[in-house]
Design a protein around this ligand. Structure first.
Ligand code: CA
Length: 224
């Protein structure tokens, strides 16, 4: 799970990054609102969640939040604020934030809120996703094709989930590797091909209807 952390206090930003990485999250740091906004508008598919400070150089957190929502980006947003004011909290929620945390905060509370946000955003999607004869229980990660259990590795499951969540278009290898590992080096792109090939063996090989499709020159998509 790739998290964008937008925080201009560099020391706090590094602490958050290190702490989240120790928990297995992939983290990208941004130190001003404008850079974060440009990146999130361009590459929203590779992120699963945004941690957003309010008082930021160039563009504040309210403006970033507002811009993302106006552009139809539904990523869960957790606001960090140094201020306790009710007015700020109301304004943050009104600009489309999902939750907020007042500084200073305990790291355990941050983790708990991230988990809650992730659960809530998964809750917005239906518990059971059905594509042709494939069925996925998103709460238990159980995958079944034509009545038979399919055992996916955690990474294969994450690739499949990312393709399904963005099925309105094809995802490039670089987007998939950025979403899963925060890196788009060539070696990672090749690893994506290996996972896709394994996924196909497990969910498509014995079936006439192929769910995972290659879009030539672009990447992969799901055929619903
Ligand atoms: Ca700040």
């Amino acid at each position: 799970m790739h998290i964008a952390v937008v925080e201009d206090e560099k020391k706090l930003a590094s602490i958050i990054k290190e702490g989240l990485e120790a928990e297995g999250y992939v983290v990208s740091l941004f130190h001003d609102g404008e850079t974060a906004e440009v990146e999130l508008l361009r590459n929203s598919v590779i992120y699963s969640l945004v941690i957003l400070d309010l008082m930021l150089p160039r563009k504040n957190g309210f403006e970033v939040c507002d811009a993302l929502r106006k552009n139809g980006i539904a990523l869960p947003i957790l606001i960090l604020t140094a201020r306790e004011s009710v007015e700020d909290k109301v304004r943050a929620l009104d600009s489309g934030a999902d939750d907020f945390l007042t500084k200073p905060f305990s790291f355990d509370e941050l983790l708990a809120r991230l988990r809650a946000l992730d659960r809530r955003s998964r809750g917005k999607t239906v518990d059971e996703i059905k594509i042709n004869t494939l069925s996925i229980q998103s709460n238990t990660r159980k995958v079944v094709r034509a009545g038979e259990d399919v055992l996916l590795t955690p990474t294969e499951y994450d690739v499949l989930k990312m393709l399904i969540e963005h099925s309105e278009r094809a995802l490039t290898r670089e987007e998939i590797s950025m979403g899963l590992w925060g890196s788009n080096e060539v070696s990672f792109s090749n690893v994506v091909d290996v996972h896709i090939s394994n996924l196909r063996k497990k969910i498509d090989d014995n079936h006439e209807y192929k769910i995972i499709r290659t879009v030539r020159g672009l990447g992969y998509t799901i055929q619903k």
